[in-house]
Write a protein that binds this ligand. Structure first.
Ligand code: PHE
Length: 372
């Protein structure tokens, strides 16, 4: 047990109601709290914890308190599997929330499936994640949709020649590039260069020089924020001044500070915008800021939605029996989430709108919403 949980549990045990320590419902969360993608973990965990705290403040689920047990997978290959093993075998969690990065969810999912522990990924968009098996769910859209959204957008802008720069270490990046190219080339676009890099790279000059030589109208960079910020900077330094295009992986706390203006005029697709005027969104933004003194991003909103959907499912299942809980999650319909209305389909995915954002004077600006 985490030592910091001990005082909380002791405190609880002293209260007569509603829940003695043994009545707590344990939920496991695995996230990249440290390392290259720590922004993903911080945000998704904060959003998830906000939901859990609200549920507990309102009396818990079925009169029982929810306990979120967090494991840090350190943004490191292999650690998500270790985290999920531990949460299932040692902590005996009844369900799992995680991960953001698709490669990490793909490490955890087979273990959850084998143990019949329902897992809900807040933000992993690669199709293979939920294809792992019938205990694996997600509350976000998938990359065949996201890739199509950005390919259509590029074509609508009249960009007929595009170069692609893919992170070969991430299932997310490889998949999103593939779905983008498929729609784009089937609808009149031409890929004029196809370049690769690996997560953790800091030098992109060779790829950028090659891309510049092909004179594209834009460059599709379906990567994560850390590398994308450096790619944007180095592209401008080398005189490649066309717009960069990307997906949800661009969202990260260090993207704009590191890019320092280099990504102005670029576009990407995402799940959520703080410009969304729906009262539920504005209420969430306000609560998140009050609690964490920072602005929530996509992962925070998706983390919140994933925890709320799990809590509702436990309520509908009448308990935590794993088969019943699986069926209850699968039956999720019209959940009014922060990231939109969530209905899980037969493939355990959510068909939802994407937003397209642009970067302008160091901020994200909402462009449009694209329905599935
Ligand atoms: N969709 C990304 C993946 O599958 C993760 C991500 C989601 C990143 C939302 C940022 C925002 O790896």
């Amino acid at each position: 047990m985490h030592s910091r949980l001990l005082p909380a549990l002791l405190g609880l045990a002293l209260l007569a109601a509603p829940a003695a320590a043994q009545d707590v419902i344990k939920i496991g969360e695995f996230a990249s709290m440290t390392g290259a993608n720590a922004s993903f973990g911080r945000q998704s965990h904060n959003g998830t914890q906000l939901a859990i705290d609200e549920i507990n403040a309102a009396g818990g689920v079925l009169g029982r308190r929810l306990q979120l047990i967090l494991e840090d997978d350190q943004s490191t290959a292999g650690q998500a599997a270790t985290a999920v093993q531990k949460l299932i075998a040692q902590d005996k969690v009844v369900a799992l929330l995680g991960e953001v990065a698709s490669s990490k969810s793909l490490e955890g999912a087979p273990i959850a499936q084998r143990n019949k522990i329902p897992m809900i990924s807040p933000a992993s968009t690669n199709p293979k994640v939920t294809e792992t098996g019938d205990y694996i769910f997600r509350v976000c859209f998938i990359d065949p949709f996201q890739g199509t959204v950005m390919a259509k957008y590029a074509l609508s802008k009249g960009w007929k020649k595009i170069a692609v720069l893919t992170d070969v270490k991430q299932d997310y990046s490889v998949g999103l590039a593939e779905f983008f190219v498929k729609y784009y080339t089937a609808n009149g676009g031409t890929i004029v260069r196809d370049q690769k890099y690996s997560s953790g790279d800091k030098e992109f000059r060779a790829q950028i020089t090659s891309i510049k030589g092909a004179a594209p109208d834009a460059v599709f960079v379906p990567g994560y924020y850390g590398e994308v910020a450096l790619i944007g900077k180095q592209a401008r330094l080398l005189g490649l001044n066309v717009p960069l295009l990307g997906g949800d992986g661009w969202v990260g706390e260090s993207l704009l500070p590191v890019a320092a203006g280099a990504l102005d005029g670029s576009f990407f697709s995402a799940h959520f915008s703080t410009d969304d005027t729906r009262p539920a969104v504005q209420d969430f933004v306000r609560k998140y800021r009050a609690k964490y003194n920072s602005t929530p991003d996509d992962m925070a909103a998706l983390g919140y939605d994933s925890a709320m959907i799990l809590a509702e499912a436990i309520k509908r299942a009448g308990g935590t029996d794993s088969a019943k809980l699986r069926d209850a999650i699968a039956a999720t319909k019209n959940h009014a989430g922060i990231t939109g209305v969530i209905t899980l389909d037969a493939q355990r995915n959510a068909a939802k709108s994407a937003v397209i954002l642009t970067i302008n004077q160091g901020g994200f600006k909402f462009q449009e919403t694209v329905a599935p």
